[in-house]
Structure formats: C-alpha cells, structure tokens
Design a protein around this ligand. Structure first.
Ligand code: SP5
Ligand code: ZN
Length: 336
C-alpha cells in the first residue's frame, strides 16, 4: 500500500491542552507521525493541490482564520499558543469579529485544539497528503493507499477546529472524489466520534458516513455520535452511528464492523474512505477499548473483502510506541 506524508506536517507542536481541570502535555505530538513514518520503507511526498479542495469543505473565513490566528495572537502581546476561552454558545449573534480571542471562540468548540506557530503549515500539508493519496486511487494506479495525516481531521467541521483537528482531511478527500464522479462511503473507526465529518455530510445523500466509536454518553465529543443521529433531509439514512461501551473488545467490535460494512455495501459505494484512529488500542493512554495489534490486521482483511478501492486516512492514536506496528497491521490486512 503506497503511503504519503510531508515533513512540513511535523511543524505543528502545541505545548499543552486543558484536561481534567488543568494543563497537561499535548497528546497529539509530532512523534506520532514520526514513528508511523519510520515503519515505512518508503513514503511518497505530498503534491500540492492548492486551496480549492479545502474550500470545497471549509468556509473561506474559517480557513483565513486558521492561516492568520497565530500571528494575530502574538500581535496582541501573548506568548505561547493561541487558545480560546470564551465560546458564543449562549444566545450567540453572528457578528464580524476582529479580536483574536473572539475568533478563537467562534471557530473552535473545545480547549484541546490550540493554534501554534506551525499549525497552518502542518494542517495544510496534512490535507494535501490526503489528496495525494487519493489521487493514486483515482488514477487507477493502486487499489489502496495510506495518507499519514497529522494533524488529524475528523473533529473539524465546515467552520471549526476541535479535538486536535483543524482541517478535515478525510472529508476534503471524499469531496474531491465525489467531484470526480465517485460514490463515496466514509467509515470512521477512531475511538472518538467523527463529529466534524458527520456535520459536513449530514444532509448529503451522496456521501455516506458510518462511525464506530465510544458511546458519547461517557466519552468525548459527548454532543454528537448518538445512535439516533441518522442524517437530515435528503441525507436522512446516510449517517450511521454505532456507539460501543467503554471496555469493548474485538468480539463486540467485529459485530459492529460487519453492520457498518453492510451499510457501505447498501449505499452502492465505489470508493471507501477509512478514517483510521489507532486509539481503540488496549494500551491507548486516553481511550478505553481493548483492541490488540492483530485485531487491526483482521479489520484490514474484513475491509479488503468488500472489494472496493480504499483510501486510509490517519486520525488519532496516542500509544506512540505501538502506533507504527498497529498501522502496519491494518495495512497488511488490507493487502491480503
Ligand atoms: C483525533 C482524536 O483522536 N482526537 C481526540 C480528542 C480527544 N480530546 C479529549 C480527550 C483529551 C485527553 N487529553 C489527555 C492529555 C494527556 N496529556
Ligand atoms: Zn480519537
């Protein structure tokens, strides 16, 4: 499976995030990508597809905010990373905001997603990495490809960042594929619900979104990913959420996977986008499922069995030492 990556994705290195009522070390660190990259004999560099595919998914004002937020933050005399602290949730009005603190509240939904010096550059190249990996599939050169995206993307929506995500890499690739005539299904198997991806395609009848994740009753992002969220308007029935309880092992997980793949088949998809988070791993430090390394191989094999071209887009996974092995296991299953 050809893999894509750009070293500029490593320039994003926020120092801390708000968690358990205090500041802790940022979990989505660049060594995650480095260790996955090290498990590949060869990774191809990303090509530059420009801003247009990003703007087909994200609002222009949001993209401009991402580009300039760090500079604006520093211009107000602050040190360190830009992070919001006031959110316009209560009786909000859409105003034209100028103050960076207001914009951070407007364009984010949590305090786990700071904007550091390299955030725009890394996010831009993370999205280009997804588009590059997609292009080998669209060109018919490979039946499967791997985008080593980092920062991840699935919590980012049309005009917001959150959950370590700034640009929605999987959604950007899916939208690009749809525009070249493909019928796309996205399966998200990160531990956390992919609320941003769901939001982007919620009313869309063409792109199906299926997610297996920790029940949002107990886990982040709490407000989305419940089983009764099934899409809206013409997209009704094209969103499928399969929440599972903390402690889920591979046996229960595999049943959900079978249900998810049945839905993909019924959509008549001809391109499969896998949002792959390895934070379902038993040793993940921030998550609570019990998958093991060999289970990722079995997941890959099961997905390969449906016989569609597969674009794998990296999302979360924080057991850094095991990340390379877990990604390798998934991709080796896909190859068989
Ligand atoms: C892409 C992805 O997996 N995002 C997950 C975001 C989850 N954020 C909420 C949990 C925060 C836990 N932070 C622990 C920090 C340890 N230093
Ligand atoms: Zn996750």
């Amino acid at each position: 499976v050809p893999g894509y990556f750009d070293r500029r994705q490593l320039t994003h290195e926020p120092v801390q995030e708000l968690h358990n009522g205090g500041w802790t070390a940022y979990a989505e660190k660049s060594s995650r990508a480095q260790i996955i990259a090290n498990s590949f004999a060869e990774l191809r560099p990303a090509r530059d597809f420009g801003l247009e595919p990003l703007l087909n998914v994200h609002d222009r004002a949001y993209v401009e905010f991402l580009r300039s937020a760090y500079e604006e933050w520093r211009a107000t005399g602050r040190d360190g990373d830009a992070i919001g602290y006031t959110w316009p949730v209560v009786r909000r009005r859409r105003l034209d905001f100028d103050r960076i603190d207001a914009k951070l509240g407007l364009y984010s939904y949590d305090a786990a997603t700071p904007i550091a010096e390299g955030t725009w550059e890394a996010s831009y190249w993370s999205a280009q990495t997804a588009l590059s990996a997609l292009s080998v599939i669209l060109d018919g050169e490979a039946a499967a490809s791997f985008a080593l995206c980092r920062p991840p993307g699935h919590h980012s929506g049309p005009d917001y960042c959150g959950g370590y995500c700034y640009l929605n890499n999987a959604a950007i690739a899916a939208e690009q594929a749809r525009r070249s005539g493909r019928r796309v299904a996205i399966l998200d198997i990160d531990y956390h619900h992919g609320n941003g991806t769901q939001d982007i395609f919620y009313s869309d009848p063409d792109v199906m979104f299926v997610s297996i994740h920790a029940d949002p009753v107990t886990d982040y992002p709490f407000f989305w990913g419940h089983a009764d969220e099934r899409g809206a308007g013409p997209g009704e029935g094209k969103t499928l959420n399969l929440p599972l309880p903390r402690g889920t092992d591979f046996q229960a997980y595999y049943s959900a996977l079978a249900e998810a793949l049945d839905a993909v088949r019924s959509h008549g998809a001809d391109l499969f986008v896998l949002s792959f988070g390895a934070d379902t791993f038993e040793e993940d430090p921030i998550s609570h499922f019990r998958l093991r390394r060999d289970d990722y191989r079995a997941i890959g094999e099961r997905i390969a069995a449906i016989g569609l071209p597969v674009l794998v887009v990296m999302e979360g996974g924080y057991a850094v030492d095991a990340l390379g092995h877990n990604v390798e296991a998934l991709l080796s299953g896909l190859e068989d």
